[in-house]
Design a protein around this ligand. Sequence first.
Ligand code: SAJ
Length: 430
Amino acid sequence: MDYLIKSVCVVGLGYIGLPTAATLASRGIDVIGVDIDPRVVEAINSGRSHFREPDLDMLLRAAITLGKLRATGEPEPADAFIISVPTPFNADHSPNLDYIDAAGSAIAPVLTAGNVVILESTSPVGTTERLTRRLAQIRADLNFPPERFSVALDVHVAHCPERVLPGRMVRELIENDRIIGGMTEACAEHAKAVYDVFLQGNTFCTDAATAELVKLAENSFRDVNIAFANELSVICDELGINVWRAIELANRHPRVRILRPGAGVGGHCIAVDPWFLVASAPERAKLIRTAREVNDGKPRWVITQIHEHAERFKKPVIACLGLTYKPDVDDTRESPAMEIVAELAGTGRQDILVADPNLHALPSPLAGYPNIELCDMRAAVRRADIVAVLVAHSPFRKLPREELMRRIVIDAAGLAESWGTAIDVTTGTA
Ligand code: SAJ
């Protein structure tokens, strides 16, 4: 069956919703973007993205200028609905589905027969079914998918998890393969019609629960692999071995691909999603839980290393290089570097100089500390007793080697190789 998609309502204009909305609009679809934050709505309607992402501003400006994208606070009728709202976790690591529930309640009144509703937010297994039940409850006049195959549905529902990498979203959105999990086969086919509008990658259809699990498995796979690398870095430090060199050599094996150790795992995906699997099967998800714990423990280990070196100074000046959750982005959410800087500053025993080429101001959680100063990376190194490299931002590679050689360098990000080896470097780099 052919499904015609002329208009799409995207609920949640964040890191995924906005690039998706702009991409659909760039292909001639009439897109209504919905966000609960009026500042976001206003910025988008004036052609500005509220976060930095390569090429997104250009795409967005074109969509707004052509009149194909309009942001608003309330959902409006459309052929298809895409829900891309956050799925955080609660204090006990259980998933918080409030935003998805709220999005379901918001779109339900404007649904009509012939619609498809797509959940893109990363979700615990069973969430698409939960969303379907909610929609069916509110709209008893429409026929929604039951758990088993059915015919003559009024509204199709599917899960199509996003997979784009921040920093490369605009390209990956079009090029990456996508998994489409329908509540029924027809639901998956209908959702596929939406992605056929812009997708160059392949689509693979399955059921909703499998699609939910696949997305969680992808991010857990990466988390487990990074935990392995982080554990190796701690072992290597104890044995006096350069972990970066060791991993580089191990990866020369054709079937070995160890990821990079670091100051910890941050962001709103890899540090969050594995917990959804743990919450679904707490007794079974042993490895996945341990990986989370290993990665969450890494910032503390880096802090201990810094403190050990700081002991020899009366009031040490510590330059912390990098604050964001990963290299070459401006996103500090769940950033291990933020955690490290806050903890170091909190002791009050040291002055902290923070340098991050992607940030123009200290993020609010750090702004209140009197002993943290944001400064240029070269000035930070020049003034510091100890240099802690927390994020491998590209510009740090150009730091003058002679300046670094006169300092204690604690390299949690693996940049020492780019400065040459004759630097007193610690933390898993020997
Ligand atoms: N990290 C390491 N070592 C590595 C790679 C990453 O310590 O070798 C750290 C990063 O520094 C960062 C964290 O892990 O703190 C996550 O970074 P990332 O680049 O691995 O992933 P995200 O969170 O930016 O995006 C991930 C991607 N998932 C996968 O690669 C399987 C992306 O494709 C997903 O769309 C995204 O999660 C998401 O939204 O789920």
